[in-house]
Design a protein around this ligand. Sequence first.
Ligand code: NAD
Ligand code: DAU
Length: 350
Amino acid sequence: MHKTLLITGGAGFVGSNLVLHLVRKYPNYTIVNLDKLTYAGNLENLRELEGASNYHFVKGDVADAVLLQELFSRFAFDGIIHLAAESHVDRSITDPLAFVRTNVLGTVLLLQTALRQWEGQMDGKLFYHISTDEVYGSLGETGYFTEQTPYDPRSPYSASKASSDHFVRAFHHTYGLPVVISNCSNNYGPYQFPEKLIPLVINNIREGRPLPIYGDGQYTRDWLWVGDHVEAIDLLFHRGKAGETYNIGGNNEWKNIDLVELLCDLTDEALGRSPGSARKLITFVKDRPGHDRRYAIDAGKIQSELGWQPKVCAEEGFRQTVSWYLNNLSWLENVTSGAYRRYYDKQYAG
Ligand code: NAD
Ligand code: DAU
């Protein structure tokens, strides 16, 4: 069946992996990608789609109400998958308002535009909001986030995502807008901007730069191969129940220091360097303010109701990730020049 989909933030890390997947898998869908192309958006990720007849790119801001109205008049969207966001916790600590503007205001404007467009004809429509496990706060040594865990966001980034989740639910309960929300753990894989831990570490090893570990390095994250997240999104977009929330996770917890040591060894091996040489670059630095200790997801609901589970195991995924970045040096060099380099120097100064 033909569908016209709006993907927001489709030039970012998760978004570009999703757009590539959808355009290839559903040639009968029209896919419109709305992205502001901030420092994190990169059309190079989508080069193979240039000229594809079922794909349109629109450069624009989700917080621009006029543009949204024009776009909805031009395309009769059946569904929206909303990923556009400011996504980096450290940046949210230095500039929280940018996160309120895009993540909160942008989401509410998108909800309002969809509601206006779909009012009286909600059948077959879906507003799917992509969110994060960080809305649930921080865990101790044990336990998992479930869909019932109370929200307890602790960084400006997670507070802005929690706020957007609340608005999405409010539009469902108040106006009957058909919505689905998913809250996912840390993704890794190709096209992630190298301000995030994994690509940052691989790139710094390559350049012989220090590998900054915040605090004691005992912070824990649950890592999921981005392609597994994309498959979960595809499944939830087509089979998720309106009004429901689904947690997505990798069942793959790593303490930061252990993960960085593994990446050191994999990168040394891939570069043909002597074992142990990258580990010498590990440098403990000042902690992230308000740093959440541990995230871990109970993904039992999406698994039991829809049969989803991660396919790519940690060993294979981390190895593939290291080789992707080392085999795509021009991508890395393009994104680490200019504005990003200035941000990086400020973030790790002193
Ligand atoms: P990203 O920073 O790599 O990409 C964000 C994209 O949004 C970029 O292309 C950027 O240009 C675009 N964008 C930013 N502001 C915009 C605006 N005002 N209007 C239009 N486009 C704008 O982020 P990501 O890691 O790909 O995350 C995508 C979504 O998935 C986010 O909503 C994030 O909260 C969520 N998420 C990410 C992860 C993860 O580990 N990466 C995990 C769970 C949830
Ligand atoms: O959990 C999902 C979230 O995962 C997403 O919602 C966010 O968009 C995404 O950025 C990610 O957030 P994190 O803060 O967990 O990811 P980040 O890669 O920034 O950091 C991972 C861990 O590594 C975290 O404990 C902080 C630590 N870290 C990070 C950087 C950049 C370091 O020790 N040193 C660093 O230089």
